[in-house]
Design a protein around this ligand. Structure first.
Ligand code: ADP
Ligand code: MG
Length: 255
């Protein structure tokens, strides 16, 4: 048995008096696809942002590949904030794709993909271009490599954003409503890329309202309600026989 690639222990996140995440415990095994569902405001984005330390947990611990994220544990058990270098190093193992694609508008498609590998991974331009072109081909958009993002459809931009995240060769990919801003006819092409990644064994945390994707692709579905894990089970179980009334009510609204 190998360690889980992500382990979340007793995670709490507060913004002032507002407790957005409460006592979250979960483990994700390497290669698993975990979909996170829940109403708007239930804490899904905050949870992903805690995992890569874009938000600092108020309490609790997150381990990525067995390493504590964001903090150093002193011999007495006290936690102190880790160095930015270490935080960045761990963060580089986690690719993130957002609802709004956040591509750099003044860089070409290829320019968007090669930037971080050159700056952060210290790849040569030739190496970054070779890998970048391979990834653009993989997401089906190599022929647009010299275009600027504004010339692309939303679905194409999102596929570029996925290629850009993959260019860092992350161990984990997180998607935060990656298809929510897309016109309906463009959703499928992005889900198809995500489906392919899943089938290749990528570990994925996917916040989504696409229940079809959750049902077909995920190994597990987590239902967040008011910042708590209300249900954490297989897609079969949650969609055919949810244990909790709250889950049932939520699914009735979205299915
Ligand atoms: P979801 O992604 O499930 O819609 P979020 O994680 O975005 O939920 O937000 C959960 C709650 O936390 C919401 O009530 C939101 O207003 C609040 N929240 C999120 N980020 C902040 C912040 N930086 N400061 C204060 N409140 C926040
Ligand atoms: Mg959100």
């Amino acid at each position: 048995m190998s360690d889980p690639i992500i382990r979340v222990e007793n995670l709490h996140k507060r913004f002032g008096d507002l407790e957005v995440l409460k006592r979250i415990n979960l483990e994700v095994d390497r290669g698993d696809v975990v979909c996170i569902i829940g109403a708007s405001g239930s804490g899904k984005s905050t949870f992903l942002r805690c995992v890569n330390f874009l938000e600092e947990p108020s309490q609790g611990k997150i381990y990525i590949e067995g390493q504590l994220m964001g903090f150093k544990e002193l011999p007495g058990g006290e936690l102190v904030k880790d160095s930015q270098t270490n935080i960045n190093r761990m963060r580089a193992e986690i690719g993130m794709v957002f609802q709004l694609f956040n591509l750099w508008p003044h860089k070409t498609v290829l320019g968007n993909v090669i930037e971080a590998p050159m700056v952060v991974r210290k790849q040569s331009r030739d190496e970054a271009v070779a890998i970048g072109e391979e990834l653009l081909d993989k997401v089906g958009i190599l022929e647009k490599k010299d275009e600027f993002p504004s010339r692309l459809s939303g679905g194409q931009q999102q596929r570029v954003a996925i290629a850009r995240a993959l260019a860092m060769n992350p161990q984990i990919m997180m998607f935060d409503e990656a298809t929510s801003a897309l016109d309906p006819e463009l959703v499928g092409e992005v889900l198809e890329v995500m489906r392919q990644l899943a089938s290749e064994g990528m570990t994925m945390l996917v916040v989504t309202h696409e229940m079809g994707f959750a049902r077909e692709v995920s190994d597990r579905v987590i239902f967040l309600h008011n910042g708590q894990v209300e249900e954490d089970t297989t897609p079969e179980a949650i969609f055919s026989a949810p244990k909790s009334d709250r889950t049932r009510q939520f699914l009735r609204k979205v299915l």
